[in-house]
Design a binder for this molecule. Structure first.
Ligand SMILES: Cc1cc2nc3c(=O)[nH]c(=O)nc-3n(C[C@H](O)[C@H](O)[C@H](O)COP(=O)(O)OP(=O)(O)OC[C@H]3O[C@@H](n4cnc5c(N)ncnc54)[C@H](O)[C@@H]3O)c2cc1C
Length: 315
């Protein structure tokens, strides 16, 4: 008998009219960019916003709820994620032109798809999204950015659902967007957003996107199992060096623990060489933090979000 508070009986009692996809003990290693991580105890793909509101309003308020994006910035620990994991996909991936120069985009849209749509509409300003392998929900929460642009520079407003199931629209200025950070509450679910572009020449936009793709191919291990930049660059008032330089200076390049390795190509990227566990990757990251602290007194801050539980050792 399943004694978990999140058993299939319990879920069906609270959510008899759920329309979205409901699965139990879903291995997340097959989905995550790192290809590591234990299972989601319960994974729901809500059918649409109404279905999501039904879920949020009917499950007990003290149940943990975690929203997964495209998992490109997550290190999901080996014991998996407790409670309810949500992933917004179909039903949350519309892209609708708004006025001449805006796009209203669902949180489940991939950044690359938004960039492609923008160029079709001759909209400049969203090119940087072509290099970010996440979803719009994750991009807003992380204030994702690259090549001198970031979400904060194109975001007009965002619509979120609170943990109580209320939908509210917030102006970008209220989100505390700064370097890879927003002040949105952890339990807010991003539903959709309006991005602001500027009409421009499509050939110029396309050329810029091509240049971004090429540069990333040359400088980052984008075909590896990775989570992107592991650590935030230190504030310039603390160090003039980027995180990768500090890691390089402490002999981190190529360092490995178990199946986890510091990328030879870009040493702020950790990669799963094939059989890494999440704890190999986390331990490798902590080893780099220790070395950098011992050599320079600088505490590197994880940019990658580590979520879930460690595996419980069987005695
Ligand atoms: C090869 C590679 C290159 C990368 N390059 C860059 C880069 O240049 N610039 C950059 O900024 N990042 C980069 N990243 C990191 C990552 O792609 C971004 O942070 C991205 O925005 C994460 O989006 P995601 O959908 O994958 O979110 P996830 O990784 O799934 O989640 C990240 C956070 O967002 C939250 N979240 C996701 N969707 C929602 C939602 N709908 N509502 C509420 N919260 C939500 C999650 O709960 C989590 O806290 C890179 C990653 C890789 C693997």
């Amino acid at each position: 008998m399943d004694n978990s508070p999140f058993s299939s009986d319990a879920i069906r009692t609270y959510l008899p009219d759920l329309r979205g996809k409901l699965n139990f003990k879903v291995p997340l290693n097959a989905r995550s960019w790192f290809r590591v991580g234990g299972p989601a105890e319960v994974l729901i793909n809500p059918a649409d916003t109404e279905d999501l509101a039904y879920i949020i309003q009917n499950i007990p308020l003290n149940w943990p709820v975690f929203t997964l994006g495209a998992t490109s910035n997550l290190l999901i620990r080996d014991g998996g994620i407790e409670g309810i994991s949500l992933q917004l996909r179909r039903g949350f991936n519309d892209i609708i032109p708004d006025d001449a120069e805006g796009l209203i985009v669902g949180a489940g849209c991939l950044d690359t798809v938004v960039a492609e749509n923008a160029v079709q509409l001759h909209l400049e300003g969203m090119e940087f999204l072509i290099g970010i392998p996440g979803s719009i929900g994750g991009a807003i929460l992380m204030n994702a950015g690259a090549h001198g642009s970031e979400i904060a520079s194109i975001l007009d407003w965002v619509e979120i659902m609170t943990r109580e199931g209320e939908i509210i629209q917030l102006p970008a200025a209220s989100l505390g967007l700064s370097y890879r950070h927003s002040s949105l509450p952890q339990d807010a679910i991003i539903l959709r957003a309006r991005l602001q572009g500027k009409k421009s020449n499509p050939d110029t936009i396309r050329n810029y996107m091509d240049a971004i793709r090429k540069q990333r191919e040359q400088t980052q291990p984008i075909r590896s199992r990775t989570g992107g930049s592991t650590f935030r660059n230190p504030d310039p008032s603390i160090s003039q060096h980027k995180a990768w330089e500090l890691i390089d200076m402490v002999g981190g390049r190529g360092l490995s623990i178990g199946g986890a390795q510091v990328s030879q190509k870009h040493c702020n990227f950790l990669i799963n060489t094939g059989n890494a566990t999440a704890s190999d990757i986390e331990n490798l990251g902590e080893e780099l933090r220790k070395r950098v602290f011992e050599s320079f007194g600088i505490k590197l801050i994880w940019e990658i979000k580590r979520v879930g539980r460690n595996l419980v050792e069987k005695g």
